[in-house]
Design a protein around this ligand. Structure first.
Ligand SMILES: [Fe+2]
Length: 189
């Protein structure tokens, strides 16, 4: 399979967008189709290297994760998320979307749900990145004493998610939800 050429949208074709949105939309990536997990991984690392595109949006709130949508189009969504004080998504999936995350400050801990044992646990610190496919279920939590900032990209665009909870009888259930809802950990997960 031949890879689609990596193309940057011409800035001159994006006159209606404000400068930051224009710069974000013109970052190099395959155009006209969804991105693979590996392509998203490359894109989020490029985005991490361009702090002027998101640094002004960094705001920490002790009470909850703060998130801002940076970019949304037919094939890609990008979010900036600010974490502190053990903020936690709970276990969730991303419906049909692949995704990638870059940690630009602080640290987050990712867990993958394992039925027969404890979750697989990885910690990602500033400068690290990871990606996931639509079939993966994970949980992301803030860790460490310093606030964290992460960049998240999804393709196809993240519209739906599934949140996982364990009922009183131990049965695991998935709740479908909109990406506009806030992921929260279930008390029993
Ligand atoms: Fe996620």
């Amino acid at each position: 399979m031949s890879a689609a050429p990596e193309i940057a949208a011409s800035a001159s074709k994006l006159p209606e967008l404000e400068p930051r949105a224009r710069a974000l939309a013109s970052l190099r990536r395959p155009l006209g189709r969804d991105l693979s997990a590996a392509e998203l991984h490359a894109f989020v690392k490029d985005l991490a290297d361009r702090p002027e595109l998101w640094i002004e949006l960094v705001t920490h709130d002790r009470g909850k994760r703060r998130y801002d949508e940076l970019l949304s189009d037919a094939h890609l969504t990008a979010w900036l998320i600010c974490w502190m004080d053990d903020h936690d998504t709970g276990f969730h999936d991303h419906d049909v979307s692949c995704g990638a995350v870059a940690v630009v400050s602080g640290a987050v801990r990712e867990q993958r749900l394992v039925i027969s044992g404890p979750p697989r646990d990885r910690t990602f610190r500033a400068g690290a990145s990871f990606h996931f496919s639509a079939s993966d279920i994970h949980r992301v939590r803030h860790t460490g004493s310093d606030p964290a900032v992460t960049l998240h990209v999804y393709s196809p665009p993240l519209l739906r998610m599934g949140a996982y909870a364990i009922a009183e009888d131990g049965v695991l259930a998935r709740r479908a939800m909109s990406s506009s809802e806030e992921l929260r950990p279930d008390a029993r997960s």
